[in-house]
Design a protein around this ligand. Structure first.
Ligand SMILES: *Cc1c(COP(=O)(O)O)cnc(C)c1O
Length: 392
């Protein structure tokens, strides 16, 4: 071999005797084949085979397999973001003339996708009360192909009655997709309750360090996985093996991170619920949260995200009060090691509930800092809201 060839060809390397606890990062666009016949027949390799880097490498498969095992599913497909995972499910099952039921409390871009994109293709949506339970049957007609569930709901944290919704949907031939990002498969398993799709924003607790974007869709049948992969192939969608490596690493500590954040979050939500600046604490583990009884029945734990509804009128001082935070950072997304607070005005995202345009909800994501530092910081924030009110 001449030098330029030596630049690109690796001489034989010994792999025997090497073992690592970490999953290797296999990167690839091209997959090479041992002979021309294998290449010609690559289309027969099926969804688990390797044909092109976009459709998966052993690193991708390792993450898919771990999530599939946790979700109690048959296969998992990985997408570039949580929103992409949601979009691929909708694009896979909905056709012109079909409609999808979306809870009023869904992650807002879900409604955005239906309103600003799917509508143009003759796919319709209807918004429903997340607390509707078995009453969803009255909204499912012959056009309803999919019922979307997100439990708990974004920001307002309503727990939905997934078993009742699944029963009603199945009776009328509709599919059910459940966004399980808050609970993660450690605390709730949508497929075990009959959902057809369990969706996770890997971006949040699986990634766990605010440095990667990914989504997953786990399903209970090979056929549904094949359909999802077909949509992804049409859209040219895949994930980076480097991001899968980070997600695999994040997943290994997810259980202890969730336990710590969950315990701290529940204790803070409980303690601060009686603070004079707080109108209501929205945490599924507290009786004040809509669907608390369903959470007790169906979930095995609570993660680190909850919301504080401020007493009316506190919103005027909120910016100044937030600027005084010392440990919490201000930001969207959640599920990382750093605690976050995001002031949310949700009125514009809702059509069925009656949140006033001026009411501010603080969405809190508890991270891994010392709980006492977080407690002092939150108490300070609430105190500043009270004193600003007295000064006004
Ligand atoms: C963040 C989030 C998503 C979207 O995830 P991205 O990876 O940011 O696109 C979807 N659903 C829920 C409930 C989320 O919190």
């Amino acid at each position: 071999m001449r030098e330029l060839t030596q630049c690109v060809v690796t001489p034989p390397i010994e792999h025997a005797g090497f073992a690592s606890l970490s999953v290797p990062t296999f990167r690839a666009s091209t997959i090479v084949f041992d002979n021309a016949q294998q290449y010609a027949e690559r289309g027969k390799r099926g969804p688990d085979g390797y044909t092109y880097g976009l459709h998966g490498t052993p690193t991708t498969r390792a993450l898919e397999a771990r999530i599939t095992a946790l979700e109690g599913g048959v296969r998992t497909a990985l997408m570039p973001s949580g929103q992409a995972a949601i979009a691929v499910v909708l694009l896979t099952v909905l056709r012109p003339g079909d409609s999808v039921l979306i809870p009023d409390t869904a992650y807002p871009p879900v409604r955005g996708l239906a309103e600003n994109f799917l509508n143009d293709f003759g796919i319709h949506y209807r918004v429903y009360d997340p607390c509707i339970g078995a009453g969803i049957a009255g909204l499912i007609d012959e056009h309803t192909r999919l019922v979307w569930v997100e439990s708990p709901g974004s920001t307002t944290m309503e727990i939905q009655d997934l078993p009742a919704i699944v029963a009603a949907a199945k009776a009328k031939g509709a599919l059910v997709g459940c966004d399980n990002t808050w609970a993660t498969p450690l605390y709730f398993k949508p497929l075990a309750h009959g959902a057809d799709f369990s969706i996770e924003a890997i971006t949040k607790y699986v990634g766990g360090h605010s440095d990667l974007l990914m989504g997953s869709v786990s399903v209970a049948t090979i056929e549904m996985h094949r359909r999802l992969k077909a949509t992804m192939r049409m859209l040219g969608m895949g994930v980076s093996p480097d991001d899968c490596f980070l997600a695999l690493r994040g997943l290994e500590t997810m259980g202890v991170r969730l336990a710590h954040a969950g315990k701290t979050a529940l204790a803070l939500a409980e303690e601060l619920s009686t603070h004079p600046a707080v109108a209501c604490m929205l945490h599924p583990g507290l009786p004040s949260c809509p669907g608390h009884a369903l959470w007790k029945r169906d979930f095995t734990g609570s993660s680190g995200v909850f919301s504080i509804v401020l007493e009316d009128g506190r919103d005027l001082a909120i910016e100044q009060a937030l600027n005084g935070l010392r440990v919490f950072r201000i930001g969207a997304s959640w599920g990382g090691t750093h605690s976050l607070i995001a002031p949310m005005s949700i009125a514009k995202d809702r059509t069925l509930s009656t949140w006033s345009a001026s009411s501010v909800i603080l969405r809190v994501s508890i991270g891994l800092e010392d709980p006492e530092d977080l407690r002092e910081d939150l108490l300070g924030l609430l105190e500043r809201l009270i004193s600003a009110d007295i000064a006004a």
